[in-house]
Design a protein around this ligand. Structure first.
Ligand SMILES: CC(C)(COP(=O)(O)OP(=O)(O)OC[C@H]1O[C@@H](n2cnc3c(N)ncnc32)[C@H](O)[C@@H]1OP(=O)(O)O)[C@@H](O)C(=O)NCCC(=O)NCCS
Length: 239
């Protein structure tokens, strides 16, 4: 249903052609790219995309594969307006196998804004990505994957000549109901409960323990606590 609505929307928008430019992703684009992805990779439509899309995906690829992270920017965007600035993005990578002269390009994430559907945003992004990968890495094969029910993406890639398709199964299991791993989950929960119970008991007994302590013992305890706190702060980089 949601997909149908989007399809109608994209058909209506197809009459319009607006101007956008493709360029390498910059640090100030990261938040918008993440948000645009979060708007599109939805749990109800594409659970696998939804599960693996997060801020770290964007920042990690920006650090490791910055040359293959591209955005499409609305040329008519004005600061302060409600219009989208970033109207699409593609994040890719190149896989080079040791001992093989072949390098493979991979389209990891591709997305265009719903309001800019079918205006050539994704097409231009993928064209530029492949151009970079061919020129800089000499790739001979470009790969992409998507859910077979994601017909917009399937049609998009088919139109771009990605015609060598292989079915691929994504497997998942709710560990709670998995006979192999449910005991692990149970064990881990029991350990967490025991730790919580111990913590509560320690908190409950603390006043009695403190009142029975001598001054020296109290001083030692305070010192120990301070040391522990300092160590924790140092570990988290606050000191
Ligand atoms: C798939 C997607 C990237 C296409 O972006 P786009 O900017 O609309 O694509 P372009 O304008 O460059 O190309 C349009 C072509 O894509 C396909 N397409 C796009 N929307 C379509 C739709 N609603 N119905 C059928 N085909 C569609 C068609 O082949 C279309 O060509 P046509 O208009 O000549 O029929 C976009 O719909 C999207 O972001 N989807 C959600 C995220 C996603 O699924 N990403 C891919 C997996 S990571």
């Amino acid at each position: 249903m949601a997909q149908d609505k989007r399809d109608n929307n994209s058909l209506q928008m197809s009459a319009q052609r607006r101007s956008f430019s493709v360029r390498t992703m910059e640090i100030e684009d990261l938040a918008e790219v993440y948000q645009l992805g979060a708007m599109n990779f939805k749990a109800d439509l594409w659970p696998m995309l939804y599960r693996s899309w997060d801020e770290y995906e964007v920042t990690t690829l920006f650090n490791t594969d910055g040359d293959y992270c591209l955005v499409a920017e609305n040329d008519d965007w004005v600061s302060g307006s409600k219009d989208q600035r970033i109207v699409g993005f593609v994040l890719g990578t190149v896989i080079s196998k040791p001992g093989s002269a072949w390098s493979y390009g991979y389209v990891l994430w591709l997305c265009s804004h719903d309001d800019w559907a079918r205006e050539g945003v994704a097409g231009k992004l993928v064209d530029k990505l492949v151009e970079i990968m061919v020129e800089e890495d000499g790739i001979r094969i470009i790969m992409a994957d998507t859910d077979p029910d994601n017909h917009r993406a399937v049609r998009f890639f088919a139109k771009k000549g990605f015609t060598d398709t292989k079915p691929h199964l994504y497997l998942s299991s709710n560990l709670e109901h998995n006979p192999h791993y449910a005991p692990l989950l149970k064990k881990s929960r029991a350990a967490a409960q025991t730790a919580e119970r111990k913590k509560k008991k320690k908190r409950r007994d603390a006043p009695a323990r403190l009142s029975s302590m001598g001054t020296d013992e109290k001083k030692r305890l305070k010192k120990k606590k301070l040391k522990k706190r300092k160590k924790k702060k140092k570990k988290s980089g606050k000191v």
